[in-house]
Ligand binder design. Structure first.
Ligand SMILES: Cc1ncc(COP(=O)(O)O)c(C=O)c1O
Length: 485
């Protein structure tokens, strides 16, 4: 290593890159047999890294050995097919290349001239996303860290534009009648967090009951809006779900657009999980009205198979972003060199320095093409349906909620017949499955009742790996029952 900078010689660096490529390839070896979870005790993992601040550097090849042993080999099996916990994807190989290249050139496309190509690439990804969603051609948008940030961004734009006349950016929310946000009781907790961060307060988030398909009850919504108007509140925003986190339920997005229009409310859609499934021919009908939203949140590290992090907010035009975020500062001023054609992302979003998140998305779409990505999304859904069929056919499982998307909620029932015994058993089974680790799966509560929840956003799953899931649950349940009988 040179001593007057942090660089290696090119020859040494090449060796390290080769080594790093080998480590990457190792992660893909035997992926179909990889564990979903490695059950190391917390203290053991903490101890691996417990050391005082290194004053002197170490041999990088020893460091890579250490990384391979403690980080890569122990990693939770997100890449592999046995991961069902949370709504996450297994990433894709083109994005691995893209991330390395983007990190190499270290562009900060917050200003156009800091990363001209990356800046135009992000604009292109926004344009493609708007096209996929059937949003207007001049839609604006930004890449953000994920679904939570995308929802916060959409609601921030909504709040600042909706209350622009009140000068909310300068005065804050003080002196306003409380304004009310409406969403179904199935809405993701990031909406609660956003409402709190935006100063609206979670007391002003109305969680409307859902029907048997976990979609927002439209009559209850209208009644609540009327009630709030009569009580002197200011209805402000409806949040529609284009795929709920629990069951993938898609609200009646067109009816919500009608309600938002008739009460002149901001219409935001949380499409973090499911918006991209709207491109499937099989689901077109479910997504009618999605393109009527004022803002929409997407999560490319879900159904665009991106590695973390990549979320996206789309709004109906660029100016809405600028009216929300632009703050002049002399040290950022490039007015004289900008002929009006350069888009300055920092004027359209909260962050100043930003990595080039759009690059991996752009490379993914170009390398695979949307047709192939679409086929993978459909495959995830088909496999979920396959799992549901196996559950329905079996004597020892029960399906709790069907989904139009790729999430299945079910319970193991074995020989049990008492519903509360089954629910209790499934809840207690979860830590056992985690200890076993062959598959990684989590549970949730639907209408207050516990169920196992399997998410299928991973292009590496197959029918065999899906059968394996049920076999492992059966096996762990049997061992657990025998230990407790
Ligand atoms: C519907 C929905 N909204 C928001 C989020 C939050 O996304 P992220 O974890 O990327 O912040 C999720 C995550 O699962 C989700 O399913």
């Amino acid at each position: 290593m040179k001593q007057d900078s942090l660089d290696f010689s090119l020859e040494d660096f090449k060796q390290l890159l080769d080594r790093s490529s080998t480590l990457v390839l190792n992660q893909f070896q035997g992926l179909d047999k990889s564990k979903g979870y490695h059950d190391f005790p917390q203290q053991e993992v903490e101890d691996w890294f417990a050391e005082s601040l290194p004053k002197k550097g170490m041999d990088i090849s020893l460091l890579l050995d250490d990384v391979a042993k403690k980080v890569l080999r122990t990693a939770t099996g997100n890449l592999g097919p046995h991961m069902y916990a949370y709504v996450m994807s297994g990433g894709n190989q083109v994005s691995i290349l893209a991330e390395q290249l983007a990190t190499t050139i270290n562009q900060n496309q917050t200003k156009w001239h800091l990363g001209p190509a990356m800046n135009e690439i992000e604009k292109r990804v926004i344009a493609w996303t708007a096209e996929l969603l059937k949003f207007p051609e001049d839609s604006g948008g930004v890449l953000v860290s994920g679904g939570s940030a995308a929802n916060l961004t959409g609601l921030t734009v909504g709040r600042n534009i909706f209350f622009e006349k009140e000068g909310i950016r300068k005065k804050g929310v003080f002196g306003q009648k409380p304004f009310i946000v409406y969403a179904s009781e199935e809405v993701h907790s990031c909406i609660d967090k956003s409402v709190e961060l935006l100063g609206i307060g979670s007391n002003h988030l109305r969680k409307i009951k859902t029907n048997s398909e976990f979609q927002i009850d439209l009559t209850a919504l209208k009644n609540q809006i009327e009630e709030d108007i009569s009580a002197g509140y200011q209805p402000f925003c409806i949040v529609g779900n284009a795929g709920t986190v629990n069951t993938g339920a898609i609200d009646d997005l067109n009816a919500l657009a009608d309600i938002a229009e008739s009460y002149e409310l901001w219409y935001h859609i949380d499409g973090a999980y499911g918006a991209l499934a709207g491109i499937l021919d099989s689901l077109k009908k479910e997504y009618l009205g999605m393109n009527r939203a004022d803002s929409i949140a997407l999560d490319f590290h879900k159904w665009l198979y991106q590695p973390f992090e990549a979320g996206c907010t789309i709004v109906r035009n660029w100016n809405n972003l600028k009216r929300t975020y632009y703050k002049p500062a002399p040290y950022l001023d490039t007015e004289l060199s900008n002929d009006g054609k350069r888009l300055e992302f920092n004027e359209h979003y909260f962050q100043l320095s930003r990595n080039a998140k759009a690059f991996k998305v752009w490379m993914t779409i170009k390398a695979y093409g949307m047709e192939r990505i679409k086929a993978m999304i459909q495959k995830d859904i088909d496999l979920t349906n396959y799992l549901n069929e196996q559950i329905k056919k079996s004597n020892d499982f029960e399906l709790v909620a069907d989904s139009k998307l790729a999430v299945s909620c079910f319970r193991f029932k074995g020989n049990m017949t008492n519903p509360s015994e089954i629910i209790d058993f499934n809840q207690r089974l979860m830590p056992e499955l985690e200890k076993d680790g062959r598959v990684f799966i989590m549970g949730t509560k639907l209408k207050g009742q516990y169920a196992i929840r399997a998410c299928f956003i991973n292009h590496r799953k197959t029918r065999e790996t899906t059968d394996y899931l049920l076999d492992v649950i059966r096996d762990v349940a049997k061992t657990y029952s025998s230990l407790n009988s």
